[in-house]
Design a protein around this ligand. Structure first.
Ligand SMILES: [Fe+2]
Length: 425
C-alpha cells in the first residue's frame, strides 16, 4: 500500500481526535458550579416499577460515609406540614468522576406512595438538605386525559440555550406527568461538566417529574479508535428504571405502564437482535390502549447518509405488526414525522398505522434529507413536544423553541383497524 502524506495526515488526525474525544475537561471559565459538595445536587425522579406504583429519587453529594436520607410528607396547607414526615435511608454508591472528584450517588425507592396523593420530599443528611420538592403520585386508574413531554437530542450548549427549551416546555405543559428523552442528553459520556449542565438546565423539574431517558450514541464511552465500548458509568448511577429488559442492559432496555399507555424503551446502540426478541414478547402480552416506543437511532433516517439498518430490519417489522402507535426517536438533529415508512424498502405494513417521529431539542442541526417517509419535516428547528393522552384519541403537538406550532395531529383509535391520523396544523 502506498503511504501518502494524505493517509499519514488522515491517521494522525483520526487518532488525535479519537484520543481526545472523551477527554473534554470543564471549560477554563465554567458557567455553573459543578463540583460536588455536602449539599445534594443532581436530584432526579424516575419510575422503577413496571406498574408505576413507586418512584425512585437519586441525588449526588461529595463522597461521604454518612448515609443519605430522604424525608417525605403529605403536602397540606399547614405552614409546617413537613414536620410530619417519614424517613428513608438511601442506598449509596461511590464514584470517581472523570475530572477526579470523589462523589457518592444516593438512591431511594418510594414504594408505599398512595394513589392520587400529593407529597413534598427533601434529600440530604445531618446539616445539609435540599429544598422541599413537590411530588404528585398519580392514581394509575384515573381515566382523565393526561400529558407528557418528549424531547429529542439536547446534547450541546445545555446551560446557555437548552435550559430555556426545557423551561419553555415545562411552562407550556405544567401538568406533564412524564418527560421522555430520546438520547444524546449530553455530548461526551464521561464529561461530568456536561452532565452538570444537563441537570442544572432541568433544575427542580427533574426532581419533581419522572424523567425517562434512552441512551444515545453520545452516552457511550469510546475507545482510542472511537468505537463504543460501554455505557457511561454515570448512566446507571443517575437513572433507575424497571429491571425487565435484557439483563445486560440495565436502565437501558425496559418497559413500564403508565395509566393507559405501555412505554417501551430500547437501547439502539447495541444488542439489536436480542432486543427484537424482547420487543416481540413485551408487545405480545400488552393489553394497554396505547403503546409508545422510545429509542435513539431512527428506523428511517431524516438526514442524509445516516440510515441504521439494524433497527430498520429487526425492529420496524415488529413495531408495525403490533401496531405500536408512536415511535419517538432522536439522533438525526432535524424534525420529521410520518406514517409512510415503507419508502420502497418492502418493509411497510400498510395496516400498522404506526407514526414515526424524529426530533431535536438542542441547537446542533444536520441537513434535512428528502426521504419520502416524512409527511412533515423541518430543518434547523429545535422543538419540544406535548402529548395529551385521552382514552380513545391522542393529541400530539410539536413547538419550536420560541413557542410556535411546528406540527400537530390527532391519532384516533379505530377498533380492529389502524389508527386514523387527523392533521391539525
Ligand atoms: Fe445527537
Amino acid at each position: 500500500m502506498k503511504f501518502t502524506l494524505f493517509s499519514f495526515l488522515f491517521i494522525f488526525c483520526h487518532l488525535t481526535y479519537a484520543q481526545t474525544y472523551e477527554q473534554q475537561l470543564p471549560p477554563e471559565n465554567p458557567s455553573i458550579i459543578y463540583r460536588p459538595s455536602e449539599i445534594p445536587d443532581r436530584i432526579i425522579l424516575s419510575i422503577s416499577d413496571p406498574g408505576s406504583k413507586s418512584k425512585t429519587v437519586t441525588w449526588r453529594t461529595k463522597r461521604t460515609s454518612v448515609p443519605g436520607k430522604l424525608e417525605i410528607s403529605i403536602l397540606t396547607s399547614e405552614a409546617e406540614f413537613y414536620k410530619k414526615n417519614k424517613e428513608y435511608t438511601a442506598i449509596s454508591q461511590d464514584h470517581l468522576t472523570f475530572s477526579g472528584d470523589s462523589v457518592t450517588y444516593h438512591k431511594v425507592e418510594l414504594n408505599d406512595l398512595l394513589p392520587g396523593q400529593v407529597y413534598a420530599y427533601r434529600v440530604g443528611n445531618e446539616k445539609y438538605w435540599s429544598e422541599w420538592i413537590d411530588l404528585k403520585h398519580a392514581d394509575q386508574t384515573d381515566q382523565a386525559p393526561w400529558q407528557l413531554l418528549y424531547m429529542g437530542d439536547a446534547q450541546n450548549d445545555l446551560h446557555s440555550t437548552w435550559s430555556r427549551v426545557i423551561r419553555a416546555a415545562a411552562m407550556a405543559a405544567p401538568e406533564a406527568e412524564l418527560i421522555l428523552h430520546a438520547g444524546d442528553l449530553i455530548n461526551h459520556s464521561l464529561n461530568d461538566y456536561e452532565w452538570a449542565e444537563w441537570f442544572e438546565a432541568g433544575g427542580h423539574l427533574f426532581a419533581q417529574t419522572p424523567q425517562l431517558a434512552t441512551p444515545g450514541n453520545h452516552e457511550y464511552v469510546k475507545n482510542s479508535q472511537g468505537i463504543k465500548t460501554e455505557i457511561s458509568p454515570l448512566w446507571n448511577l443517575q437513572f433507575n428504571y424497571p429491571k425487565n429488559g435484557l439483563a445486560e442492559l440495565p436502565d437501558q432496555n425496559f418497559w413500564f405502564d403508565y395509566k393507559n399507555v405501555r412505554f417501551l424503551f430500547l437501547d439502539s446502540n447495541t444488542d439489536i437482535e436480542n432486543q427484537a426478541k424482547w420487543l416481540e414478547e413485551v408487545l405480545a402480552s400488552n393489553t394497554q390502549t396505547w403503546t409508545i416506543a422510545v429509542f435513539h437511532h431512527p428506523v428511517l433516517s431524516g438526514a442524509e447518509d445516516r440510515q441504521n439498518d439494524g433497527v430498520l430490519r429487526h425492529w420496524k417489522p415488529i413495531l408495525d405488526r403490533y401496531q405500536v402507535d408512536l415511535v419517538l426517536q432522536g439522533h438525526d438533529h432535524m424534525y420529521g414525522r410520518g406514517q409512510n415508512a415503507n419508502s420502497g424498502l418492502g418493509l411497510w405494513n400498510e395496516n400498522s398505522g404506526t407514526t414515526y417521529v424524529v426530533a431535536v431539542s438542542g441547537r446542533k442541526m444536520y441537513e434535512l434529507g428528502d426521504q419520502s417517509w416524512m409527511q412533515v419535516k423541518a430543518q434547523d428547528t429545535p422543538t419540544y413536544q406535548i402529548l395529551t393522552i385521552h382514552r380513545s384519541h391522542m393529541n400530539y403537538q410539536s413547538f419550536t423553541w420560541d413557542g410556535q406550532i411546528n406540527d400537530s395531529f390527532r391519532l384516533e383509535k379505530e377498533t380492529g383497524k389502524a389508527n386514523k391520523l387527523i392533521e391539525l396544523r
